[in-house]
Design a protein around this ligand. Structure first.
Ligand code: HPA
Ligand code: ZN
Length: 335
């Protein structure tokens, strides 16, 4: 049995493996730009966030029906369970689908169907986080929130993703206020490619509880001190940072320094179909490349449950934390 863990930074569209993409393309009569799965995989050499996003949004053209979204989520959950995931908080990008004529209800109900069966089928409790595309307008985000209102019982939080540079969190103040008034919790990507100031804005203007990535806080010692003092969780994605060139090589990832600075770090997979590994693979990679020992890995797993939105099920959180504490690395390699 692998180390039990929660995944807190996972874009469901980023779990679309080439095989499923081609199967859905055939089913929905969608023509893909690449001729087969091998050619598609060869295209996964990214310059930066934008070059990845271009391919990521393009491939979503295969997702049309509720069944497609349910199948996508179920395939992820099955893989995640094999890697020790016991709780998953899953992002989705409604605007990437509504822009193609897929109603927001199709997306949420399809994903929701897979998620509601997940605990029984895969042993994974789930939460759903609806992200706004920060390179679209604030009005579009508000319209999306409004359109999702009949389905909000399935959604725990709002998030903010897509191309970061030039799209500060402050642009979305109003929609975050509206989301909070509807009882939704708040997270946002900040400090992946954007400056430390965007992390401050996410905290001070949007009032987020967690920062997704947050990597560039390391350029601002005062901000690091604040994040550590206030126990603001960071959902780091080391394999993503290498593939999107935020860091040159995994061996140079600042994760060990971030832990040493007292930051509440978690380790996640972001878009595992594109970045070379699911979250168990990511734990294994940071163990190998960064020399994080077993007790450090245990701490990262504990952090994942502590930082999760399991506040409405403290009994489950306590049970999962106890499983982490009791985990015996002697028996299995730490993946
Ligand atoms: N960053 C921003 N937006 C995203 C990402 C990411 O890594 N993955 C999917 N949407
Ligand atoms: Zn992300």
């Amino acid at each position: 049995m692998p180390l039990p863990k929660a995944e807190l930074h996972l874009h469901i569209e980023g779990t679309l493996e080439p095989e499923l993409a081609f199967a859905l393309a055939a089913r929905n009569s969608v023509e893909l730009a690449h001729k087969d799965t091998e050619e598609l995989r060869r295209a996964y050499l990214f310059e930066d966030l934008q070059s990845f996003l271009d391919l990521y949004y393009g491939l979503m053209a295969v997702l049309h029906t509720e069944d497609d979204f349910a199948e996508l989520a179920d395939a992820y959950l099955e893989r995640a369970a094999e890697q020790g995931v016991r709780h998953a908080e899953i992002f989705f990008d409604p605007q990437a689908h509504t822009a193609r004529g897929v109603p927001v209800g199709t997306v949420i109900e399809g994903l929701g169907r897979a998620l509601e069966a997940s605990e029984e089928r895969h042993g994974i409790s789930t939460r759903l986080i609806m992200c706004f595309l920060r390179d679209e307008s604030a009005e579009s985000a508000l319209e999306t929130l409004h359109a999702a209102k009949p389905h909000l019982h399935r959604i725990t939080a709002v998030g903010l993703d897509s191309a970061e540079a030039g799209h500060p969190p402050s642009k979305f103040r109003e929609v975050y206020e509206a989301a909070a008034a509807l009882g939704l919790r708040k997270v946002a990507h900040a400090g992946e490619e954007g400056p430390p100031e965007y992390i401050r804005e996410a905290l001070d203007i949007l009032g987020v509880e967690r920062v997704d990535h947050g990597l560039r806080c390391m350029e601002d010692p005062e901000l690091v001190e604040r994040l550590a003092r206030d126990r603001i969780p960071l959902t780091l994605c080391p394999l993503s940072n290498v593939r999107l060139r935020a860091v040159d090589i995994l061996e140079e990832h600042p994760l060990p320094r971030m832990i040493d600075a007292g930051l509440l770090c978690t380790v996640n997979s972001d878009d595992p179909a594109y970045f070379g590994g699911y979250v168990g693979d990511t734990f294994h990679a940071v163990h190998e490349a960064l020399g994080l020992g077993e007790e450090r890995l245990r701490e990262l797993a504990r952090n994942s449950f502590l930082a999760s939105f399991l506040d409405d099920d403290e009994e489950r959180r306590a049970r999962l934390l106890a499983e982490v504490d009791a985990y015996d690395f002697e028996v299995r390699r730490p993946d």
